[in-house]
Design a protein around this ligand. Structure first.
Ligand SMILES: Cc1cc2nc3c(=O)[nH]c(=O)nc-3n(C[C@H](O)[C@H](O)[C@H](O)COP(=O)(O)OP(=O)(O)OC[C@H]3O[C@@H](n4cnc5c(N)ncnc54)[C@H](O)[C@@H]3O)c2cc1C
Length: 294
């Protein structure tokens, strides 16, 4: 296998594969290095992605891989990129398997890490009945008894957003509320400030939120906001700037603050969706190809 490429794409999920398709169709020798750990891997069904609405996310990714790797100029390895050095026109990446590859341009499509609260049951339910996004999963739980675990300035907006999908919404603050409780309760949303002891579930199907005082609140789904951080430390290590929200700073062309290094998908934005990741990868693929012409 060759070790020098036009483009290295680190992260081979929706954003990385989408960029690779554009580059393969542009006859650019492209290597995808993918750790195989997409953020939605625990979710049984991905929604809100036209043509594949409701399909298992890993099946969507597998079909994408098949189509992208049909292009002769694109290769993929399952490995972890551990170091990136060099500069525009001459980058070198090392991997956990002990191999090095060189390329003229680099794309980070490395996604985000979801930091979950340390509450028993959350991890088992994550992506299935403990969810983060009303657009991805809210319709499936419309009109169901639903919880929201949140205690910050976003409470008024989030209770309205989820309250649009169900009248049976309970807000859990897991400690003393930091907002105007009366305002939220006036809209028919129950507010419970007692600490959460655990989630009762059956193989990831949420049954109830159990509070420290012994109360069990029966629920079908619980929304929460994970603590987001970059999944991959390499962009920061080579000097890419993160914006104040912790996403990779990119310009309108997907170029980071380091010449020759582009980024696409979740690692660049709070607008997390398969459609957005795919769209931004598509754009970045074209911009990298344009950059290679200069
Ligand atoms: C639980 C959950 C459910 C979701 N449900 C939906 C849904 O129903 N519909 C929807 O539209 N969106 C959904 N999303 C959002 C959607 O999954 C993301 O927006 C999308 O996966 C982002 O794609 P990405 O390619 O940017 O990153 P990811 O899909 O997270 O992939 C990043 C890839 O980079 C790889 N990587 C990272 N670092 C390295 C490294 N150093 N070396 C090699 N590889 C590396 C990882 O292994 C991974 O394969 C959901 C998200 C979550 C967390």
């Amino acid at each position: 296998m060759r070790t020098h490429f036009d483009v290295l794409i680190i992260g081979g999920s929706y954003a990385g594969l989408s960029a690779a398709m554009v580059l393969g169709r542009s006859l650019r020798h492209t290597l995808i290095i993918d750790g195989g750990d997409p953020c939605n891997k625990r979710t049984p069904h991905a929604h809100n992605f036209i043509t594949q609405d409701g399909d298992p996310p890993l099946e969507i990714a597998a079909r994408a891989r098949e189509q992208v790797l049909a292009y002769a100029h694109v290769s993929r390895i399952e490995d972890q990129a551990t170091e990136l050095r060099g500069a525009d026109g001459a980058f070198t990446v090392s991997t956990a398997a002990g191999t090095s590859y060189t390329a003229r341009k680099v794309v980070f499509a490395t996604g985000l890490h979801d930091g979950l609260p340390d509450i028993p049951g959350v991890l088992e339910c994550w992506g299935k009945t403990v969810i983060h996004c009303p657009y991805c999963h809210g319709y499936e739980y419309r009109s169901e008894p639903t919880g929201l675990l949140l205690n910050n300035d976003h409470v008024p907006f989030m209770t309205r957003l989820i309250g649009n999908l169900t009248d049976e919404l309970t807000l859990f603050t897991n400690g003393p509320a930091t907002f105007d409780v009366a305002e939220i309760e006036a809209r028919g949303v129950g507010v419970l400030q007692e600490p959460i002891r655990e989630l009762e579930h059956d193989g990831g199907d949420l049954r109830a939120v159990c509070l420290a005082d012994g109360t069990a609140v029966p629920l079908t789904a619980l929304y929460l906001h994970p603590h987001l951080s970059q999944k991959c430390p390499l962009p920061e290590a080579i000097g890419c700037t993160l914006n104040e929200d912790g996403f990779l700073q990119v310009d309108d062309y997907g170029l980071t603050t380091v010449p020759g290094i582009y980024a696409a998908g979740d690692c660049t934005t709070m607008l997390r969706s398969v459609a957005y990741a795919t769209g931004s990868g598509n754009k970045v693929g074209a911009m990298v190809n344009a950059g290679l012409l200069l």
